[in-house]
Design a protein around this ligand. Structure first.
Ligand code: FMN
Ligand code: MN
Length: 478
């Protein structure tokens, strides 16, 4: 069964045996997070969880819907994540090699991509109910960890919110996944990073001295929820990426008291304004690094309207020690952007960003090595480039190595790295890498250093023996 919204996706997951319903009452304050955490860590990511009876709220909550390879593939309409690599490769093959700047910025010029641009509609399911009261306490917004939130509030965060803003100069929209902290019945604060699309728009509104419209959408097509988490250049709109991924344009409906457009198929839309320059100190948030992220000053949004579907399902994610569902979203992005990095940094064959490295924190790179200094140049190019500047650990291995086989990678590191020569420690970028960065050259160095010819050839048996054993394998009765 195909789907275009959250409800449809969940029905599909249920058909596939990928969803469990929890009928007994569960508390949105830490209990649902703890249950989700345990299930996420069960073999192959457990199942998506639909909590049908949430304490203090009339609405069900879904968590862990992307939390396995199978489910993220279903969400993105592929049978394996490598198909994302192929689809992106095909798109990039249309971009001329002379294209300047971020290669991704060239996508909006391609008809193969713009055919998936969002499509305006007059109305949408996200409008079925216009709430008469803008009371966020009515919704099952989760608190994930004991130390989450400002001490004066109860630490509830919207974690899968699609935060829609627009550039006041161009009208161009952005949709980013930023956590939104509830600090009152109709007041939230938005934890976007300084470099995010939303924060950029906010600075422009501040310069103009105007209040800024914001809409936070929940749900919609799972490809859209995913797309809001992908780091894209400013001119590349998340809705078009979502359209490309799902193979169909995303219908967008206008908000009532702002010029913003939101996904028509969303479960819920929270509309409001950031009054010029109003901010507050945001609360802590327990995240995938295992520590609490401390927020600085974040903008305050006043909620002016809440609309939703009749049978709304509230989507949430719980991050924490891997594996959790955000790791699978990160894996999809690793596969989707691999062709981009290959184009940007010659010699890159494949990259594995292990879940434990949290998104881009660690990268194992298979390199088609040209000369002995190539691995170092590769590290510098990746650290100085757009995608992997925050990679705290880069391990370079030879092109033939399967970078996804961590036992193989560990074997190479333990046996091929000359600790005196093959390590680069870099403390130059305090912004992107406040704790420094390290690179390990775990490629084979044939005779590069005198006296080490013991390394010069990788162990192997004769080809004819390999073929013989292949041929006779069944004869051995093993
Ligand atoms: C589950 C999840 C939660 C995230 N939370 C935040 C957040 O609170 N603040 C933030 O700036 N980025 C957060 N991100 C990362 C952004 O979604 C990501 O950087 C995205 O590219 C932002 O879009 P933008 O480039 O349009 O700003 C989160 C990502 C995921 C998958
Ligand atoms: Mn963006």
């Amino acid at each position: 069964m195909s789907f275009t919204d959250l409800g449809g996706f969940l029905r599909r997951l249920e058909e596939e045996g990928e969803l469990r319903r929890v009928a007994v009452e569960a508390d949105p304050v830490q209990e649902i997070a703890e249950i989700t955490d345990r299930v996420s860590k069960s073999p192959s990511g457990g199942k998506a969880l639909l909590f049908e009876n949430v304490r203090g709220s009339a609405f069900p909550v879904v968590t862990n819907m992307f939390g396995s390879l199978r489910r993220i593939c279903l969400a993105l309409r592929v049978s394996e994540l490598n198909q994302l690599t192929m689809r992106m490769e095909e798109l990039l093959s249309k971009v001329p090699y002379s294209a300047a700047g971020d290669i991704l910025s060239a996508l909006p010029a391609l008809p193969e991509f713009t055919r998936y641009a969002p499509e305006p509609t007059a109305t949408g399911a996200c409008r079925e109910v216009v709430e008469t009261r803008t009371d966020l306490d009515a919704y099952p917004i989760l608190k994930n960890f004991a130390g989450d939130g400002r001490p004066d509030h109860d630490g509830r965060f919207i974690t899968l919110g699609l935060v829609v803003t627009a550039d006041p100069d161009t009208g161009k929209a952005n949709c980013g996944m930023y956590r939104v902290e509830v600090i009152g019945r109709d007041v939230v604060c938005i934890h976007w990073r300084v470099a995010s699309g939303g924060a950029g728009h906010c600075r422009k509104y501040l310069e103009r001295g105007e209040r800024m419209p914001v809409a936070v959408a929940l749900g919609g097509d799972p490809a859209l929820i995913y797309a809001a988490s992908v780091p894209l250049p400013e001119n590349l709109d998340e809705m078009s990426l979502a359209g490309f991924l799902r193979g169909e344009r995303v219908p967008m409906v206008g908000c009532v008291n702002t010029p913003l457009k939101v996904p028509a198929d969303a479960e819920m839309v929270i509309e409001g304004f950031i009054e010029t320059g109003e901010s507050c100190r945001g609360g802590a948030f327990g995240n995938h690094t295992g520590s609490y992220a401390m927020a600085g000053d974040v903008p305050v949004m006043h909620v002016t309207r809440i609309t939703r579907r009749k049978g709304m399902i509230y989507p949430a994610t719980v991050v924490g020690r891997p594996p959790m569902e955000d790791c699978f979203m990160a894996k999809a992005t690793e596969r989707l952007l691999l062709p981009v990095i290959r184009r940007e940094v010659p010699g890159v064959i494949d990259i594995n960003m292990p879940m434990e490295g949290i998104f881009h924190g660690c990268a194992i790179v298979a390199l088609e090595k040209g000369d002995p200094a190539h691995p170092r140049r590769l590290m510098e190019a990746l650290w100085g480039g757009r995608r992997l500047g925050d990679a705290r650990l880069i391990v370079v291995v030879d092109a033939v190595t399967d970078v996804h086989d961590m036992s193989l990678v560990a074997w190479k590191v333990c046996n091929l790295v000359d600790w005196r020569h093959d390590i680069v420690v870099d403390g130059s970028n305090r912004e992107k890498a406040p704790m420094g960065r390290i690179g390990l050259d775990a490629t084979r160095k044939a005779d590069e250093f005198p006296g080490k010819n013991v390394f010069s050839e990788e162990i192997a048996r004769g080809l004819s023996v390999m073929e013989l054993v292949d041929r006779r394998w069944r004869e051995y009765g093993l």
